[in-house]
Design a binder for this molecule. Structure first.
Ligand SMILES: Cc1cc2nc3c(=O)[nH]c(=O)nc-3n(C[C@H](O)[C@H](O)[C@H](O)COP(=O)(O)O)c2cc1C
Length: 157
């Protein structure tokens, strides 16, 4: 039985998640990043995480090659989430950031940042599951998390 795409999207949208901006650098050293909610911890020993990126993600090769950083957004950063999900070339303009230990941009004001080397990449359906071997973590900060559910942003309060 085939599943209606819109029904599937709506059902998945009920699953509340945190929001991250995943960053990397192109081969030419340009910072790139996009908003990602498909992020999960995978393993403690060794520390592994995963992100899922659509196969039409621009700069997908930069993320598949790594290294990359997962910047976990605070409730006050919904503008950053919106900006990094828009089709624009100036996502980093005016956003305070610095290279992490692995070179991928670390955004200021996030709850925590997880820096990774690429451990594995699996192409599954129309997404790539990129498993990251964690090389460094920073944070956590005290602020509340940005939450996304049913197409809306919220905090935990
Ligand atoms: C809250 C939120 C969560 C998102 N999560 C993902 C995700 O997990 N994976 C993904 O590939 N795109 C996700 N997107 C969509 C991308 O951020 C968006 O399509 C972005 O423009 C892709 O980057 P690109 O334009 O550089 O290809 C999400 C967007 C929003 C607003």
């Amino acid at each position: 039985m085939s599943v209606d795409e819109s029904a599937f999207r709506k059902a998945m949208g009920c699953f509340a998640s945190g929001v991250t901006v995943v960053t990397a650098c192109t081969a030419e050293g340009q910072p790139v990043g996009l908003t990602v909610s498909a992020f999960s911890s995978v393993s403690l020993r060794p520390p592994l995480v995963l992100i899922c990126l659509g196969d039409r993600t621009s700069n997908l090769e930069s993320f598949r090659r790594g290294p990359f950083a997962v910047n976990i957004l605070a409730e006050s950063q919904r503008d950053i989430s919106t900006r990094f999900a828009e089709k624009r070339d100036d996502r980093f303009d005016g956003i305070s950031h610095a290279p992490g230990e692995n070179g991928a941009p670390v955004l200021a004001g996030c709850l925590a940042t997880v820096e990774c080397d690429v451990h594995d990449v699996f192409t599954v359906g129309d997404h790539d599951i990129i498993v990251g071997a964690v090389t460094r973590v920073s944070g956590p900060e005290e602020a509340g998390p940005l939450v996304h559910c049913r197409g809306q942003y919220a905090g935990l309060a």
